[in-house]
Design a protein around this ligand. Structure first.
Ligand SMILES: Nc1ncnc2c1ncn2[C@@H]1O[C@H](COP(=O)(O)OP(=O)(O)O)[C@@H](O)[C@H]1O
Ligand SMILES: [Mg+2]
Ligand SMILES: [Zn+2]
Length: 467
């Protein structure tokens, strides 16, 4: 990465690196200033493939000069009739990408699009994180809980994308980025734009796409012959998650001689039989043997048929913690916090009041308290939970049940800043938050810190272990 060069984007250019400030490429004469609307400055190359290249860039048109990702795409056909067709399709695809990015937080936003010198450009939100491939290479195979997070989030996006009649067609570990901030997976690299670049015209004058989109190994057999269906994406997702669990790409997995099925169970340690069964169903050779819809696969994951990776009971005589578990497994911290509030009010029998008072806390059923705490602890890897707060309350704040101690705790766990309490929407609903930052719900409930009664009323409870 260097700030002292201007990159020439002409794919044929022999010497694309020019001294910073150069107006016309010293090698091929391309106008460097205007190639990216005089606005985006390329920082580095992120990848290159058959259809073009992907760059990390800086948007000098924004006050923050925020980072963005620029995809440069090159049509294969090269006569003017084809160019016209590609242009029209590109326009439509960009509109679709704009809508998808706006509707889903698991798809990068489209910031801009344009054509220049016969090349097509998409400018997208840069996701700070690592691809699934990078993550597994660096940290080794992922846990079942991490894979749940990926599956639940990606299935939710796919359900939405499919409802728009779009099939992604290139789901694989390189095309899922795990966001650094909250570990949420983001789906990149939709196939349709690439397909557009392959537009050709048959000898009868009918436009068609000359290319198959997809990646060998991750691509289902029907897609390989140009007939992708919704469950083709589920097939690819299944093999992607198997990669995350085993570190093996499809080409490295042996096949069963009789059935042709992938053999992978032996490489995945400690994976529940339920997740195994769900993945096995997703990667069936024929679409009719798979889940036909993302929603079906999601439902199966969420239903009682699959046990959670964490061994905590999800029901008591008063409370049902299935929803909380699902939200935590999906790392939806804010929704999980709200769900915690709701279920606590319900268990305490004070839904209509909308907050817990001191005696509600002192009498809150111990089993329920313990389950809530364990779920938060497990899914945040020990970062969040009432017992985390308890430990800070006792060790760092003196453990008294008074307002002054509440304030000390609030300062430590990030509920306060500059001497005053934050409002609910100022809190940090990510794993970057200070230890003990969540859950908050149990203390104020429904609307944050209103109805304050003293954190100690809950934290002194014996059901919460001290560490
Ligand atoms: N929005 C993005 N944010 C961060 N990195 C990205 C983004 N889009 C692409 N990348 C990185 O660039 C690589 C290539 O981009 P991609 O869109 O997958 O194109 P292709 O696979 O055709 O080369 C990705 O694997 C990823 O590492
Ligand atoms: Mg890609
Ligand atoms: Zn050049």
């Amino acid at each position: 990465m260097s700030t002292s060069v201007s990159i020439c984007l002409n794919p044929e250019c022999l010497k694309p690196e020019n001294p910073d400030g150069t107006k016309f490429c010293l090698s091929c004469g391309t106008n460097l200033a205007s190639q990216l609307r005089e606005r985006y400055r390329v920082i580095s190359l992120l990848g290159s493939g058959g259809f073009g290249r992907t760059f990390l860039a800086e948007d000098t048109g924004m006050p923050s000069a925020r980072r963005c990702v620029i995809k440069q795409l090159k049509p294969i056909g090269n006569n003017s009739q084809i160019y016209q067709l590609v242009q029209e399709r590109f326009q439509r695809e960009a509109a679709v990408l704009e809508e998808l990015g706006e509707e889903s937080s698991s798809i990068p936003s489209l910031y801009d699009y344009f054509t220049n010198a016969g090349q097509f450009y998409l400018v997208q939100q840069w996701i700070d994180g690592e691809t699934l491939t990078q993550k597994v290479k660096k940290q080794g195979n992922l846990s079942e809980a991490d894979c749940w997070n990926i599956l639940m989030n990606i299935l939710e996006v796919l359900d939405y994308v499919h409802s728009k009649g779009i099939i992604h067609r290139d789901i694989k570990p390189d095309n899922i980025i795990l966001c650094r901030k909250d570990s949420k997976p983001v789906l990149i690299d939709f196939g349709a734009v690439k397909e557009t670049m392959g537009t050709m015209v048959t000898s009868q004058g009918v436009p068609t796409s000359s290319i198959v989109i997809g990646t060998p190994g991750y691509m289902a057999s029907e897609q390989a012959v140009g007939k992708a269906v919704r469950s083709s994406d589920l097939y690819s997702l299944g093999l992607t998650v198997i990669y995350a669990l085993t570190g093996k790409i499809p080409q490295e997995l042996p096949l069963d001689d009789d059935t042709g099925d992938y053999i992978w169970h032996q490489y995945a340690q400690n994976v529940s039989s339920n997740l195994t069964a769900i993945l096995d169903k997703a990667i069936q050779l024929y679409p009719r043997d798979r889940y036909s819809k993302a929603k079906d696969m999601l439902n199966e994951l969420q239903s009682g048929k699959s046990t959670p990776p964490v061994n905590v009971p999800l029901k008591t005589s008063r409370g049902n913690y299935t929803q909380l578990r699902d939200l935590l497994a999906a790392k939806k911290w804010q929704e999980a916090d709200r769900e915690t509030a709701q279920v606590m009010l319900k268990v305490a029998g004070v839904e209509s009041r909308g907050f817990l008072n001191r005696s509600d806390c002192e009498n809150f059923p111990g089993d329920d308290l313990s389950i809530i705490n364990q779920l938060w602890l497990e899914y945040s890897n020990g970062r969040f939970g009432l017992s985390v707060q308890k430990q800070i309350w006792i060790d760092k704040c003196g453990g008294k049940r008074d307002y002054e101690t509440d304030c000390k705790l609030g300062d430590r766990v990030g509920w306060r800043s500059g001497g005053s309490w934050k409002s609910y929407n100022q809190l940090d609903f990510s794993l970057n938050a200070p230890p003990g930052h969540l859950p908050l719900a149990g203390f104020g409930v429904a609307g944050g810190l209103n109805g304050w009664f003293g954190v100690g009323s809950l934290l002194w409870r014996q059901e919460l272990p001290k560490n």
